[in-house]
Write a protein that binds this ligand. Structure first.
Ligand code: AHM
Ligand code: MG
Length: 331
């Protein structure tokens, strides 16, 4: 109705973050500031993504900056922009990124660690299909003021204090959780603001969309093959963009399951625990869904290396449970 429209439209992300600050651990304002820094980085990457088709001709128009960044691939540019925004913001002691081999040390006097995939969906970047940014925030475990250790960045997903993604789709959206539900904000480009558009998002308990790269069918485990046969017998819709954030976002809204199983080429699946899976697992659980590696909750997995991969089964709980049931039958 009109009144509820009026009360939600016009809530900017900044305002929402401020209003919710009481829900944050310690409520010192640092996490709020960090979320605002990430939103700013998202706006900057959004700007780059929107003109990415011009990258090759940018030089011809004198748009190349001193670092020559315009000549680089968009995922590298996104990594640089994101890191810079977090560095300038000062709220982060270390970043781990899908684009970097090692951790990046920032401000030792800060409390938070960020894990990110600055631009996911690399195969879609050059062909003007939706792509996304994924981020997780952890609290360091070693004392503030000391050099960051591996144990600060290698934490299991259950330790996340916040997580979110930015989807550069037909509109740009930022979706995040701090463990008190999931909220989505749509970017209004003429205002330069993210506005609250999807309050308290809930994933449908069941659905009829399955998302998997079926081209690798031959090398799937029997239980995954069986589940896919079941999806077909039920006349489900196959939808696979090949951009995790976009596939996840659609399934979150409509109900569905996304699977990246182990394959011959990728025995542990392709997706990274720290940069992709944990973040989306936190969000889907907060929205009432499930995320597993086919057996265990993703967020319980103890990471042993930065770029560790895990199979991913994520989405509507009834669908994830159904996929598990086929594995049970095999045993
Ligand atoms: P990337 O981090 O190199 O972009 O890879 C991750 C992407 C996901 O967005 C997507 O779901 C998946 O890889 C698609 O992989 P595939 O082409 O093997 O189906
Ligand atoms: Mg990725």
């Amino acid at each position: 109705d009109k009144q509820s429209l009026g009360s939600t439209i016009g809530t900017t992300l900044d305002r929402f973050i401020n209003d919710k600050q009481g829900e944050f651990p310690f409520a010192t304002g640092e996490l709020s500031q960090l979320l605002r820094d990430i939103a700013l980085a998202g706006k900057i990457i959004n700007r780059e993504v929107n003109k990415s088709g011009l990258l090759d001709i940018a030089g011809a128009y004198g748009a190349t900056n001193v670092q020559g960044e315009e000549q680089q691939k968009l995922d590298v540019i996104a990594d640089i922009r994101f890191t810079r925004a977090l560095k300038n913001g000062g709220e982060v002691c270390a970043i781990i990124s899908e684009e970097e081999d090692d951790l990046i040390r920032l401000n030792n006097n800060s409390r938070y660690v960020v894990a990110m995939d600055p631009l996911d969906g690399s195969s879609n970047i050059d062909v003007n299909v939706s792509i996304g940014t994924i981020f997780s925030i952890y609290r360091r475990v070693t004392p503030i003021g000391t050099p960051v250790q591996m144990e600060d960045v290698l934490q299991k997903g259950d330790n996340q204090v916040a997580a979110g993604y930015i989807l550069y789709g037909s509109s740009t959206m930022l979706v995040y959780t701090t463990g008190h539900g999931v909220n989505g904000f749509t970017f209004e480009p003429t205002l330069g603001e993210f506005l609250l558009s999807h309050q308290n998002m809930k994933c449908p308990k069941d659905g009829s969309i399955y998302s998997i790269n079926e081209g690798s069918y031959q090398s799937f485990e029997p239980s995954v093959k069986d589940y896919l046969q079941y999806c077909k017998s039920e006349n489900y819709s196959a939808r696979y963009i090949g951009s995790l954030v976009a596939d996840f976002h659609r399934n979150l809204l409509k109900g569905g399951i996304y699977i990246y199983p182990s394959t011959e080429k990728a025995p542990n699946g392709k997706l990274r625990l720290m940069y992709e899976c944990n973040c989306l697992a936190f969000i889907i659980e907060q929205a009432g869904g499930m995320a597993t590696d086919g057996q265990r909750r993703v967020m319980e997995i103890e990471p042993t290396e930065l770029h560790q991969r895990v199979p991913l089964f994520i989405g509507s709980p009834d669908m994830v449970n159904k996929a598990h049931a086929f594995r049970g039958e095999e045993a």
